[in-house]
Structure formats: C-alpha cells, structure tokens
Write a protein that binds this ligand. Sequence first.
Ligand code: LLP
Length: 427
Amino acid sequence: MSHFRLHDGVLHAEAVALNTIAAAVGTPAYVYSAAALRDAARAFRAGLAAVPRKHLAFAVKANPNLAVLRLLADEGYGADIVSGGEMLHALAAGMPASGIVFSGVGKSGRELAAALDAGIGQFNLELEEEGVVLAALAATRGVRAPAVLRINPDIDAQTHAKISTGRRENKFGVAVADAAGIYARLAALDGLDLRGIAIHIGSQIADLAPLEQAYERVGRLIAELRAAGHAISHVDLGGGLGVSYRAGEIFPTPAAYGAMVARVTRDWDATLMFEPGRFIAGAGGVLLTEVLWVKPGVPRPYVIVDAAMNDLARPALYDAFHEFAAVRPSGARICANIAGPVCESGDTFAMARDIDEVAAGDLAVFLTAGAYGATMASTYNCRALVAEVLVDGDRFAVVADRILPEAMMTAQHVPHWLQHHHALEAA
Ligand code: LLP
C-alpha cells in the first residue's frame, strides 16, 4: 500500500498534507515516508525468512540521509558502503561497525585504513592488489581483515547499461576464471581473513533469471574453493531487486526473490549477505515541486517546475521514468512536457506525458524518488542543494537543510593575487 495518497482531494505523505510541508519547508524538497521505508525493510526481510543465517546491509548510496539510516538501523539493517564518507554516515546514524560491508571498485589506502580502524565488518575485494594492500594495512595493526572476493559472473542483468555491473566488460569484480587462483593467493596472507565471495550484477533488475544464473555460478565456485581446502562462511549476494516506477509494471516480489535464493543456496551452509538499496528506499520518497509556469510549446505545452535535473538526475542520466502527480488534482488531464529551470534541454523530466492538469503555483510530485534521488543532487546552475523531509505518522521534520548558494560560497575563495580593485569598480 502506498503511503502517498489523496485525502480530501489533497496528496498526503501518511497523515501530513504535502502543501503543509511545502509551506513550511519550501520547494523543491524530497519527502520520505517512515512507514513506507519500514514496510519495505520488513517485506525484504520477510521474503528471506527461509534463509537461516543472513545479514541485511542497506546500500547507503541509495539514500545516505542520517534519519533514513537511523530508521533502518532500528529495523536491524547494517550498511553497504562504497566510500569513507558513506562509512561516516552509517556510523553517525548508529549502525554498528561490525554490520558494515565495504564495497567499491576504488577504495583508497586511506579509506581502507580508516575502515580497519573503525572495525568495519567486511571488505568486499574487487581485485587482487586491493587484497594485498588491505592485508598489509591490517598486519601493521595486528588484525586480520574480514574479506570476501567479488567476482564478475559475466551475466547480463538486462537493465540500463549505466547500472549494469556484472558483465565481463564492466569494471567490477574479478573474472570467474581467475577467481580460484586469486582466492588462493589472498587466502595465504596473514592480514586477511578471507571468508567467501561477493557478487552484484546490476540495479533495477526486473527478472529473477539473471540473478539466479549468477548465484548458481557462485555456487559452483564455492564448491570448487571448498574442494581446494578453503573455508567459505560468507556469501554476499548484492542488491539489485527492482521496483515499479509506472503503474501496472510487475516486478519480482521479495517473496519470489527469497524463494529463488533459498532454492539456489539450499546446500551452501554459509551466512548470506544482501545489499538492497532501491527496493528499500525507492517507493519511500517523492520529490515535491511547484509549477512555475505552463509555457505554450510546439506541439504541446511545457510544464516548468522548480525542481530540475540537479535535484533529480535520473531522467536526464538514464531516461528514467518518474510518475508526476498534482498535489490537488482537479481530475482534468493534459498532455505536456515537464521540464526544470536548468539551462539544458536534457533538463526534461518527461515528454508528451499524460498528466494531471496543473497551473502556475500548483504543487506536484515526482513519485518513487526515495532512492538515488537526493543523494545524486548537485548545485549545478548555482541552485540550492535540495532539502529533505521525513514524515512519520502525523509528524514531520526537516532531515536535510536546503543548502543555499550563500552557504556554498563560503567554501569558495578568490586567491589574493586576483583580489585587485578594478573588476569590482567596473561592476
Ligand atoms: N551493492 C553494490 C555493490 C552496488 O553497486 C549497488 C548499486 C547496490 C548494492 C544496490 O543496488 P540496488 O539494490 O539499489 O539496485 N544511480 C542508479 C543506480 C546505481 C546503482 C549502483 N550500485 C539509478 O538511479 O538507477
């Protein structure tokens, strides 16, 4: 059930009318529903009920807001991180270090050292050299770093090319053919507690078949590694489960995913780890925006909203579809293009879309924007960094301030040799 619904003709997040939030916080603003986040977190866990030993690590990249992470920590989720910054967020939100998994193809020595010092729970190694560096850093600290080796199964997840990660030509993981050799060399290092395998083949996956194939490949590799004498206790199956962005789209349920996982991993005898991002956060957020103008256009009008590609990059980057809905729909519909104020034609959210009729001053939302929304925002065109709000029942709070150009400028500096007068006088 969606927690963004009409009550008395006004779109609400749970019990809070979105116009109330716009009046208090301004627009554009992301609005998250705590109930929706909890529902998804619980549904994902329930889907995996048949998996006896598991660890759920929310992919922080999908939504690193501290309030969101705190809520998920309360749901028993750890974190999948890909940078020192994400580690800081997860720790600050109260996630225990032991529940944090460090993924990512380009961890720096400094990040690896900081993660060791913080005592994070597992390093997902992307290449042999990374394991060698990590082992040396751990040895100088007198510890053994818990680690798994990420493999690239060369499987097409059949998703958008920019978010596919499990094909041979992608930058992630080591080739299956090389895995046993690399594993043996890394397992011999004192500084590593090499304990298993990781995989992640892509995001917004709509079909379980490629995931199943990839997991089967992992199963064969586990058997091979065990036969060679390695103890495999942990297998990280990554994230990737997609969500529906359009009414009527059918996606695998957590129950179907869990049934597939339970079947394929039946004999693995290992702790399974999961890194869902979009499934947990996607449906839990909307981007609230105000219509600035309805501009006549050929062959149809442009609805110009105050949110732009810098606030929600997904349509411009991946041609992603986000449903658009008026906060106070009249019932009338129009066919329009929807665009933001940024000076690029790519700053277009939709073309020739059948939408609620809106006029200047109306509020509207882009739906399913809780994952890969605010976190991918920028300040392009010297726009403010978008604000974020969390609704929980009839309460709401600003969980990320709008960062204004005035604040951004305090981090910029004109060097002393350029601080002469005539430029100012000419103004
Ligand atoms: N684990 C690893 C190693 C990943 O690289 C990712 C996502 C995840 C887990 C979480 O995947 P999810 O469950 O959210 O599909 N910005 C893009 C998505 C990029 C995903 C990158 N990696 C978008 O807006 O569609």
